[in-house]
Design a protein around this ligand. Structure first.
Ligand code: PMP
Ligand code: GLU
Length: 401
């Protein structure tokens, strides 16, 4: 029977978030008794630190259970401004900051506030799954700019230039990146910054993984290229990854006053404000001890090292060493075209399905990130599970003919 209510065309253009979809499938299989090892979703396998939870509970006890200011409570915006100043030397006033319902929502607000129909947005690929659909939901055109594995997924300004047109309005930078954990070098950021200044692009820099790096040196940032870039850059960050607070749904943006004001208008007509007690918890996160990301990094490092080395030991598989975030993104394309029980595995979706069905390992196909040669595994899980998962993957690959 045909559906009585037709859906808006904007909805039919997009698919549900593949990372969340695989995670839901893996969890459902697990709940039904299947022995699934879940490497799909990207969230720290740590509990939110106690002092942050206590601040959230106290906020409820203190009666912070009502609407707040649309862009977030003033104390939190002040604390975010102070963090930016202390961590980067950036000068943002609280009026240039919006607190939103997770980093994802901040990105949504940015695109809604700035993109007009037909505006092109440059998105280096592999990219995080939600950028292109969010651009589409705003009426824009996502333009995928390929990054090369042999460059460690650094951005090549000459390639970027080939994808830029007169309709380009914006570029999205994500360093360290999801899904490859790659960083953009100071040199590429310098070139991108110059292009943005010359051509008047808005730069959106998604810094959600900035505290989780495996570098000894400072992470290069596009705002370090030229102070004038602050006039045309929106910084996106949040507490989800840095403080293991994915469920609290607090992100934040900083940028030019008029852009933030426009984003506030959208927020006032959509979510009103982010969850009040969660804002107090985020305040405790940003004003309390800052060593938690370091603790996570110490746990992630041996997992990353094992994962990368073991993947590289598989004939035909290559894997860039991630220098941030908590994902490995190996290239399995040497296995495409092989078959299992007469069925050909032709792409990353088929291989990820095969890993789930035959190895009981949940991963995300590279196609979801605009890079079909690859599969993403999160290493925000124990070393024992990674070791067991790798054994299963190797066994499953060995069964292909
Ligand atoms: N940006 C990137 C690159 C991400 O991987 C995520 C995933 N959580 C987000 C933004 C959004 O994070 P959240 O909404 O949980 O704050
Ligand atoms: N960013 C995480 C991931 O890529 C969480 C899921 C999502 O929001 O897409 O797995």
């Amino acid at each position: 029977m045909p559906d009585v209510i037709a859906l808006a065309s904007r909805v039919t253009q997009i698919a549900p978030s593949p990372t969340l979809a695989v995670n839901a499938k893996a969890k459902a299989l697990k709940a039904a008794g299947a022995d699934i090892l879940n490497f799909s979703v990207g969230e720290p396998d740590f509990d939110t630190p106690l002092h942050i939870c206590e601040a959230g509970k106290k906020a409820i006890d203190d009666g912070h259970t009502r609407y707040t200011a649309v862009p977030g409570i003033p104390e939190l915006r002040k604390a975010i401004a102070a963090r930016f100043q202390a961590d980067h030397g950036w000068d943002y006033s609280p009026e240039q900051i919006q607190v939103c319902c997770g980093g994802k929502h901040g990105l949504y607000n940015i695109f809604q506030a700035v993109i007009n129909p037909g505006d092109e947005v440059l998105i280096p690929a592999p990219y995080w799954v939600s950028y292109p659909p969010m651009v589409q939901l705003a009426g824009g055109v996502p333009v995928s700019v390929p990054l090369r594995e042999e460059d460690d997924f650094d951005l090549d300004p000459d390639i970027l230039d080939r994808y830029a047109t007169a309709r380009t309005r914006m570029i999205v930078i994500n360093s360290p990146s999801n899904p490859a954990g790659c960083l953009f070098s100071g040199r590429s950021l310098e070139a991108v910054g110059r292009m943005a200044l010359e051509r008047g692009w808005l730069v959106v820099t998604d810094d959600i993984y900035e505290t989780i790096t495996y570098l000894d040196s400072r992470l290069p940032h596009i705002l370090d290229v030229d102070p004038r870039l602050a006039e045309q850059t929106v910084v996106l960050n949040g507490v989800s990854k840095s403080f293991a607070m994915t469920g609290w749904r607090i992100g934040y943006c900083a940028g030019p006053g008029h852009v933030i004001k426009a984003m506030n208008k959208i927020q006032s007509q959509s979510t009103s404000n982010p969850c009040a007690p969660a804002q107090y918890a985020a305040l405790a996160a940003l004003t309390g001890p800052q060593d938690f990301p370091l603790t996570m990094r110490q746990a992630f490092l041996p997992r990353r090292d094992f994962f990368v080395e073991d993947l590289r030991s598989i004939p035909g598989v290559t894997c860039v060493n991630p220098r941030g975030a908590f994902y490995v993104f190996p290239n399995f394309s040497a296995y495409y075209g092989r078959s299992f029980q007469g069925k050909v595995i032709g792409d990353s979706v088929a291989l990820a399905d095969y890993f789930l069905d035959e190895a009981k390992v949940a991963s995300v196909p590279g196609a979801a990130f605009g890079a079909d040669a690859f599969i993403r595994f999160s290493f925000a899980t124990s070393l024992e599970i990674i070791q067991e998962g790798m054994q299963r993957i190797k066994d499953a690959l060995g069964r292909l003919s």
